[in-house]
Design a protein around this ligand. Structure first.
Ligand code: SF4
Ligand code: SF4
Length: 164
């Protein structure tokens, strides 16, 4: 019987283990994203969205991502090696707008619960997630293989799709 702690416990009260377990491992947060302004399109660093701005996801993956397992190949060193790598924690929930709509943390933050394909509801396995197309597996190109100046050519809608 699965202990559905996420249904009763607010995100901010979760233990580190409970918090980590929530991550579905989809790796959508390892895709390059860009903020589009009404007038200009450019890559900027920000911790909030201004009126008229939109986030665009691309299918360009971080070079440290194992795109088959959808796991980071340098998990322990990731924030040091990739300064843009956003590690969502209880203390920076304000950054949640960067996360895709299917992200477990965003879903819970917005009161939408976990989806049926989530590993926590599938004996810890990612297969239902992959099968439902909710991870990045098989859909990406590596950042080292593309010209990031041409990111518009790689804008993708599948990362912002959600199911359930
Ligand atoms: S460093 Fe690892 S966790 Fe961070 S974006 Fe790259 S692959 Fe993802
Ligand atoms: S998008 Fe959210 S749930 Fe998916 S891997 Fe990233 S942090 Fe985990």
């Amino acid at each position: 019987m699965v202990d559905k702690y996420w249904e009763t416990k607010p995100l901010e009260n979760m233990s580190d283990r409970e918090w980590e377990d929530l991550c579905d491992g989809c790796a959508k947060c390892c895709l390059h994203k860009f903020i589009e302004d009404e007038d200009v399109v450019e890559a900027v660093s920000t911790d909030h969205l201004k009126k008229g701005e939109n986030i665009h996801y691309t299918n360009i993956a971080c070079g440290l991502l194992n795109t088959k397992t959808c796991a980071c190949s340098k998990y322990m060193e990731r924030t040091k090696l990739v300064p843009d790598c956003v590690k969502l924690t209880k203390d920076n929930l304000k950054d949640i707008f960067f996360m895709p709509p299917s992200c477990s943390y965003r879903r819970l933050y917005e009161g939408r619960g976990l989806p049926s394909w989530h590993p926590l509801l599938n004996k810890g396995k990612k297969s239902a997630m992959h099968k439902n197309g909710m991870s990045v597996r098989g859909k990406t190109v590596y950042e080292q293989d593309v010209d990031l100046e041409q990111f518009e050519d790689y804008i993708a809608l599948w990362p912002v799709q959600d199911l359930d």
